[in-house]
Design a protein. Structure first.
Lengths: 425, 147
């Protein structure tokens, strides 16, 4: 890798040993991909994936402390993934004990570290930092040092920013020195599609199911999706962006997709069309039968597969304001149809703190509360990642949550029936 | 015995027993519960990976196409190394992905005394040849012997 004089000086230790190690990390990381240079980060804010003060992650906090002790901090302010705990989310005595006294004992300490390192504000905790209410929304062509797979794939695909699927810790190291290695999704070549996915379903495909199918098929490659615009339109409006948020999260977690193009919809596909498709690209056709096959392939690891659900999470990744309103209306309608007043399964809808704040100012907040549903800023994934929750029959419409935990996946429509007494999930 | 030539991502030599996944290795889903709750064998916790689910990973030669999933993957791998709960080596059939590379580099730069050789680009034939329980020897220069 060819470094500028300034970069070489940092690597040589002229600005201290710790900064030299940060630079060495980025150079070695770039070398693994034959990166020829480091390029400047151009986004206003960074986004970090590590939001949780898990005792087991002590090596991370030790490293962060090394940075702080050396007087090194992020050159950009940053947002970070959701908090792992919210006292409003149902948890029994034992779970609370495990969460607070065993698992997340480093939470307050770590949040203190984040504030010192450059956290945007005390509530900048969400995986959907790009929501208008949160305010970390990069522009087209911006070079980022983000982590969080669902945010990276959204920034690349929907916003047209340029970011590799960086890991936690690498994310902040980029914004400490202000550069990232130039490879992969930062390059024009790396943004070419090596798969053409043809959507031939007879109805609008479930976002998180379609994303799952594509992620598992293409893994880390870039798909160019044809035929989806007939279902979600040609305009990046609130509905389309929410759909793509959920779709992208599933491609990234069920596979390793960092960028997708949707014909006639996403910015680069609109500008460049099929010239984005690389020579020799493979093809994957998705019809109703394929989506059904994919959904049936998910393993059920509940001890009793016929157990009644004890909890439902919707909002991984976090919901948009429009999605919160839509769920409110749909739950009310379904409850009325089923002759119920409250949801029959404890249900948590999750969104960014700033989005929840905006939601609270609408009439929908009281209406949602009246159905018995809880609105929370929690990270459902972090809530679920322990042996106690593993034994709980939890249902979700998040394919990301299904992938990382024992939660069982259902489509939004199936979830709606299950939580409103319409049908046992 | 068969020999494969790959590319060194982080150096080192080691001999260990193979555990093999032909599907992408989801680092967070595979390791987090084991690390968090002190599983001494570091058994794979990824329910979606039918080849690895429940199998011990500590000290094994993990043979895989690439890693997938959450971008916490690299830091989870880094923590595993810092806690000495890591596989003996990572052997990739494909080019290494950005998350695994981050984990390997972070461990190499920031953890004293860690040794987890990482070799990539071993090819599809490597992954179809190697089976669970085979003896793997990682040598200098990206040479991997399987017997």
């Amino acid at each position: 890798m060819v470094l500028t004089k300034e970069q070489q000086a940092i690597l040589n230790g002229e600005k201290g040993e710790t900064l030299a190690k940060v630079m060495k990390t980025l150079v070695m990381y770039g070398d693994a991909f034959e990166a020829e240079k480091l390029v400047p980060i151009t986004s206003k804010y960074n986004h970090l994936v590590t939001s949780f003060g898990l005792k087991v992650m002590s090596p991370v906090y030790d490293l962060m402390q090394q940075l702080l002790d050396a007087g090194v901090c992020s050159g950009q302010k940053f947002s970070v993934d959701p908090r792992p705990l919210d006292k409003n989310v149902p948890a029994n005595l034992l779970q609370n004990l495990v969460f607070n006294k065993f698992m997340y004992t480093k939470q307050a300490f770590y949040e203190g570290q984040l504030e010192q390192l450059g956290l945007m504000d005390k509530n900048a905790f969400s995986c959907t930092c790009y929501m208008d209410e949160v305010g970390n929304k990069p522009g087209k062509g911006d070079v980022l040092s983000w982590a969080e797979s669902s945010a990276v794939v959204y920034a690349n695909s929907v916003l047209g920013a340029r970011c590799n699927r960086n890991s936690g810790i690498i994310d902040i190291m980029g914004s400490i020195v202000g550069y990232v290695p130039y490879f992969g999704l930062l390059t024009d070549e790396g943004r070419k599609a090596t798969w053409v996915v043809r959507v031939k379903t007879t109805k609008k495909p479930e976002a998180q199911l379609l994303g799952s199918a594509i992620g598992m098929k293409v893994m880390e490659d870039v798909p160019y999706v044809v035929g989806l615009d007939q279902w979600i339109g040609n305009e990046l409006n609130d509905d389309a962006c929410a759909y793509l948020k959920d779709f992208g999260a599933a491609t990234a977690s069920n596979g390793a997709v960092g960028l997708y193009h949707i014909a006639n919809l996403t910015p680069e596909a609109v500008e460049q069309g099929e010239s984005l498709v690389a020579e020799g690209a493979k093809e994957y056709v998705i019809d109703d039968a394929e989506l059904e096959r994919v959904q049936k392939s998910y393993p059920v690891i509940w001890k009793n597969p016929d157990a009644s659900p004890k909890l439902c999470f919707v909002g991984c990744p976090h919901l948009s304001l429009a999605q919160l309103k839509e769920w409110t209306v749909n739950i009310e309608q379904a409850l009325r149809q089923n002759g119920k007043k409250k949801v029959t399964v404890p249900t948590v809808l999750t969104a960014a703190p700033a989005v929840l704040e905006a939601f609270e100012k609408t009439e929908y907040a009281a209406r949602l509360k009246a159905t018995g549903v809880i609105a929370s800023y929690i990270c459902p994934l972090m809530y679920m990642n322990n042996p106690l929750c593993k034994k709980m029959p939890v249902i979700t419409s998040s394919n990301k949550l299904r992938t990382y935990t024992s939660a069982r996946y259902y489509t939004d429509a199936e979830i709606l029936k299950a939580i409103t007494g319409g049908k046992k999930a | 015995m068969k020999q494969f030539q790959g590319r060194v991502v982080t150096p080192g030599e080691v001999t260990a027993e193979a555990v093999v996944t032909t599907a992408g290795f989801n680092t967070l889903a595979s390791l987090q519960m084991a690390l968090q709750f002190g599983d001494k064998e570091v058994k794979c916790g990824d329910q979606s990976n039918k080849e690895l689910y429940g199998k011990p990973l500590l000290g094994k030669a993990l043979c895989l196409p690439q890693t997938i999933g959450s971008t916490t993957g690299g830091l989870v791998l880094y923590c595993a190394c810092a806690m000495e709960k890591n596989p003996a080596c990572l052997l990739f059939a494909n080019h290494i992905d950005s998350l695994a590379a981050a984990g390997a580099v972070l461990a190499d730069v920031w953890v004293e005394g860690v040794s987890m050789p990482v070799v990539d680009s071993l090819g599809d034939e490597f992954l179809s040849y190697v089976k669970d329980g085979m003896k793997i020897t990682v040598k200098e220069g990206g040479v991997v012997e399987v017997e």
